[in-house]
Ligand binder design. Structure first.
Ligand SMILES: [Zn+2]
Length: 255
């Protein structure tokens, strides 16, 4: 089905659109592979370091690893796919973006309504109070052997504000994601194969509510057969094309 016919059908009525986003959207953002940076990290797996156990056991090691990741992430910029979602939001067509990515690129692309279900690597939070601090700057990323502490609670360590292996999702964020999906008439599923739970349940929930599913991916995924429409290609190409066409047709019909 052509982009033209898809966007014609999707604009037959005024809709509320929600996007569920995965790693595929950030592929074009120029993140060099992590293993290239420093041989020292080759011996570790994320499953060994991104856990509450690892942090309690050796917070220095875990922070050094996150600092190494941040030094790489600081070179990455949002790509046209991130900006396409911001554009849809500005037009009032998109209710919000539910992202599984912790890279923060959707926020840098100035999307306002984002739920980062797996957390945000660019922020640190206190283990004991709700203090939150941005730490995605060069100085912080370079500091060696210095454990960040909470300015409010004496001696409490800050930790990366991400969901670690073995931890539950933040329930407030998750509830918001579910509420958005329940309101959606159209769910965009972007750069994710939808196999990681509980996010994988969102397309099924939307479908059950009668929403149309539109998939954007480089190749077929387990969600392709569930989707009403699938657009295959690099996210940074197909998503801007889709958004521009949709916005144009919306404007023709409803403005
Ligand atoms: Zn604190």
């Amino acid at each position: 089905m052509s982009l033209d016919s898809i966007t014609n059908e999707l604009t037959e009525q005024k809709s509320i659109i929600v996007a569920v986003v995965g790693a595929g959207i950030s592929k074009a953002s120029g993140m060099p592979t992590f293993r290239g940076e420093d041989g020292m990290w080759n011996q570790y797996h994320a499953q060994d370091l991104a856990t509450p156990y690892a942090f309690n056991n050796n917070p220095n090691l875990v922070w050094e690893w996150y600092r190494a990741r941040m030094r790489i992430l600081l070179e990455a910029q949002p790509n046209p796919a991130h900006h396409a979602l911001t554009m849809l939001e500005k037009e009032g067509i998109l209710l919000g973006v539910i992202t599984q990515n912790v890279d923060g690129l959707q926020e840098i692309a100035k999307t306002k309504n984002i739920v980062e279900v797996h957390g945000r690597i660019r922020y640190a939070r206190c283990q004991d109070c709700d203090f939150i601090q941005r730490w995605d700057n060069k100085d912080f990323a370079k500091e060696k052997r210095k454990l960040p502490k909470c300015p409010r609670c004496e001696d409490s360590l800050l930790r990366p504000d991400v969901v670690w292996f073995g931890e539950p999702l933040n329930q407030i964020k998750w509830q918001k994601a579910v509420e958005w999906v329940n309101q959606a008439n159209i769910l965009l599923i972007i750069g994710t194969s939808g196999v990681v739970h509980p996010v994988a349940s969102l397309p099924w929930a939307a479908k059950k509510n009668g929403a149309k599913l539109v998939e954007f991916n480089i190749e077929e995924t387990p969600l392709t057969s569930l989707s009403d429409y699938s657009l295959f290609g690099p996210c940074e190409q197909i998503l801007p094309e889709f958004s521009e066409t949709l916005i144009k047709k919306y404007a023709e019909r409803y403005k």
